[in-house]
Design a protein. Structure first.
Length: 149
């Protein structure tokens, strides 16, 4: 059945790259700095959505009180500083290799910024598995749907 596919498009964060605990840790630092309740990993997974602004609002951030742009920049700056604390999910590279061995092209479509996506895929020495690495051109992760089309 896999052979009927010509091209697979992967997400990066949370699919191939396990950065969930890192993401929760960073958002919890922001939330506690605003005297808001920190999230558990389960709560984070239950409310995480795009656009990111909606996720932040679900976490309790009041955008009448705090600037979305400032909060988003604070999160991304800390994430970029700590991004290598994340790791590939166990077995991710083996799956990429297996699919590649079947002659199926693979790409990544990510809400991650384009330049950082290229850098981190290179860090894990995975670029040979992908035909395209496509990320967003901004840090506010509104949507990648149009980019995927």
């Amino acid at each position: 059945m896999l052979e009927s596919y010509k091209h697979l498009i992967w997400d990066w964060n949370g699919t191939l790259f396990n950065d969930v605990e890192l993401s929760v840790d960073i958002v919890n630092d922001i939330l506690t700095g605003m005297d808001l309740k920190p999230l558990s990993v389960i709560e984070y997974k239950n409310i995480f959505t795009f656009p990111i602004k909606e996720y932040y609002a679900s976490a309790g951030i009041d955008f009448n009180k705090y600037s979305f742009e400032v909060v988003g920049k604070q999160w991304i700056d800390e994430y970029e500083r700590r991004r290598l604390e994340g790791r590939l999910y166990e077995g991710a590279e083996e799956v990429l290799k297996f699919i590649s061995g079947k002659g199926i092209q693979q790409s990544i479509l990510s809400a991650y910024s384009q330049n950082t996506l290229i850098e981190i895929v290179h860090h894990f020495e995975l670029e040979s598995y992908f035909s395209y690495l496509t990320g967003l051109d901004n840090i506010y992760a509104n949507s990648k749907i149009d980019l995927g089309k």
